[in-house]
Design a protein. Structure first.
Length: 190
């Protein structure tokens, strides 16, 4: 279930939305793009980047042309909790973007499997956007935000870039992420 929860900077819940039209409208007011796509392609358990991109080629080409994106890649994490290497990799991947940061270009992600949560710190509020299979989110360049993939990450997302290092985060040093519920807690109370 796609979810938008709005919090004050101290973590007080202000509103919650599950209706796609309401989520789209509220995010549009913030200049954040949100679309619901049909993500029905059957991917093999070991689908690589080429297979994922081929399955969604028409949509990838459209978004790339509309946004001037020169580079597209795929990030995929599938649970393997009995594998110590996977656990360490997943933990490190999660920690990397759990702190507030910005990017020098738009952050555009299309979820073809699983879920993740983008937290957008705009003004004196935090907008927690839980994206699931079929969700496309476009966070404008310079927006302070962070991302949580959950304690046991399970997702596949297509990422769009204008520059090769467009994904590199510029961290703010603000500890606000520690005051807002993480993805797993958001889902437990939805």
């Amino acid at each position: 279930m796609t979810l938008l929860r709005v919090f004050s900077e101290n973590g007080e819940a202000l509103s919650s939305h599950i209706d796609t039209a309401e989520i789209t409208a509220e995010l549009k007011e913030l200049n954040v793009g949100f679309e619901r796509w049909t993500a029905t392609a059957e991917l093999s358990a070991n689908a690589d980047q080429e297979e994922v991109l081929a399955a969604y080629r028409d949509d990838v080409d459209r978004i790339s042309a509309e946004g001037g994106y020169q580079l597209v890649d795929v990030v995929r994490l599938r649970p393997d909790p009995d594998n110590e290497e996977w656990v360490a990799t997943a933990r490190a991947a999660r920690q990397k973007f759990l702190n507030e940061h910005t990017h020098d270009e738009d952050e555009v992600r299309f979820f073809v499997e699983g879920r993740g949560c983008f937290y957008l710190h705009l003004g004196d509020k935090v907008y927690a956007v839980v994206c699931e299979t079929g969700d496309l989110l476009s966070v404008p360049q310079g927006t302070t935000h962070w991302f949580d993939m959950g304690a046991t990450p399970s997702f596949c997302a297509i990422r769009f870039f204008q520059e090769e290092d467009g994904w590199v985060g510029n961290f703010t040093g603000n500890d606000i992420a520690t005051r807002i519920p993480y993805l797993d807690e958001l889902l437990a109370t939805a």
